[in-house]
Design a protein around this ligand. Structure first.
Ligand code: FES
Length: 185
């Protein structure tokens, strides 16, 4: 159908997601968007709000002023309205995850860096903002975080993965270290 815009008036809502739910329930039941946890945990509610990539469930309406422009996230195929197809992102994750093997060693304690990287909820916002995403061979920031997470995991063997990245630099080299993914995360 291509790009189109609809205008709605919201009287009362706390978050951007609350506003979308209000529209869906009381003004336009055809409006499609995705959400699940409503607590910034599941990663399903990403959108571009006034040009900013955000999770709509944790974004307060009042932070965006009177007129709010909500778009679907970019760089991923659009299904309908704000719903995008996550499959290209999942495909990249699948490329990286089989490169790890579980070790038989017992876990004594988790590494601090491991703990930090496991906060990734795979919402796809980093993937959406990544300018190197256009390079087909690039695994993308979400898959790299998934890989990094296990780099420090005491029970995961990733030698095979490191070898693969060495042999196939096209998997990671397209990253230009612009930092957009970090900023949006
Ligand atoms: Fe789960 Fe927003 S609804 S992160």
């Amino acid at each position: 159908k291509g790009y189109y815009f609809s205008t709605y008036k919201i009287e009362k809502a706390l978050t951007v997601l609350d506003a979308l739910i209000e529209i869906n329930e009381n003004q336009d039941p055809t409006l499609a968007f995705r959400y699940n946890c409503r607590a910034g945990l599941c990663g399903s509610c990403g959108a571009v709000v006034n040009g900013n990539l955000v999770l709509t469930c944790t974004s307060n309406l009042k932070d965006f002023g009177q007129n709010i422009f909500v778009e679907s996230i970019h760089n991923l195929p659009l299904v309908k309205d704000l719903v995008i197809d996550f499959n290209p992102l999942f495909k990249k994750l699948k490329e990286v995850l089989p490169l790890m093997r579980e070790k038989s060693r017992k876990i004594t304690q988790m590494n601090e860096r491991f703990n930090k990287s496991r906060e990734c909820i795979q919402c796809g916002l980093c993937f959406s903002v990544c300018p190197s995403r256009a390079v087909e061979s690039f695994v993308g920031p979400a898959a790299l975080v998934a890989f990094y997470k296990y780099l420090r995991h005491p029970r995961i063997e990733i030698k095979e993965g490191l070898e693969k990245f060495k042999k196939e630099p096209q998997l990671i080299n397209p990253c230009i270290q612009c930092g957009f993914c970090t900023k949006v995360c």
